[in-house]
Design a binder for this molecule. Structure first.
Ligand SMILES: [Fe+2]
Ligand SMILES: [Fe+2]
Length: 140
């Protein structure tokens, strides 16, 4: 087992736990005429992040490590545009974190982990795309 890989996965896990709480909290705190759509989208993303939490935890145990339960400080902002900008920033950071972990896993020939991380990256990319679409003001 590699400490570097397990530490990387645990860092990502801690970020996921933070994002689950953040997205859920945001889904409760959206108001106005777009409330329903935003509530559902944010809740759906939170559930995906829960799935990532599960996948990462199982992989860490599989590699002989202990999955963290620690979350990080959560930024709270409820002006929809600021909230979505913050979410987009976090999704970009998640993609960078996962790219680094994928490189470590590749170096160690941990192909199942490479595959798992790439699957998670597809989800994060689609979150980022959806958030960017919500931030977009006009079609062109
Ligand atoms: Fe995630
Ligand atoms: Fe995400």
């Amino acid at each position: 087992m590699s400490k570097e890989l397990i530490d990387g996965l645990n860092k990502a896990l801690s970020d996921e736990i933070t994002r689950i709480v953040t997205y859920l909290n945001q889904s409760f705190m959206v108001f106005g005429p777009s409330r329903n759509a935003l509530h559902e989208t944010l809740e759906k993303i939170a559930i995906k992040e829960m799935n990532h939490m599960e996948l990462l935890s199982e992989r860490i145990v599989g590699l002989g490590g202990v999955p963290t339960v620690k979350s990080k400080d959560m930024e709270q902002t409820y002006v929809v545009e600021n909230m979505l900008k913050m979410d987009a920033k976090y999704e970009k950071e998640a993609l960078e974190t996962y790219m680094k972990i994928r490189d470590i896993a590749k170096k160690e020939n941990e192909l199942a982990t490479v595959n798992l991380i790439e699957q998670i990256m597809l989800d994060e990319q689609s979150h980022l795309d959806e958030i960017n679409k919500m931030l977009r003001k006009n079609p062109s």
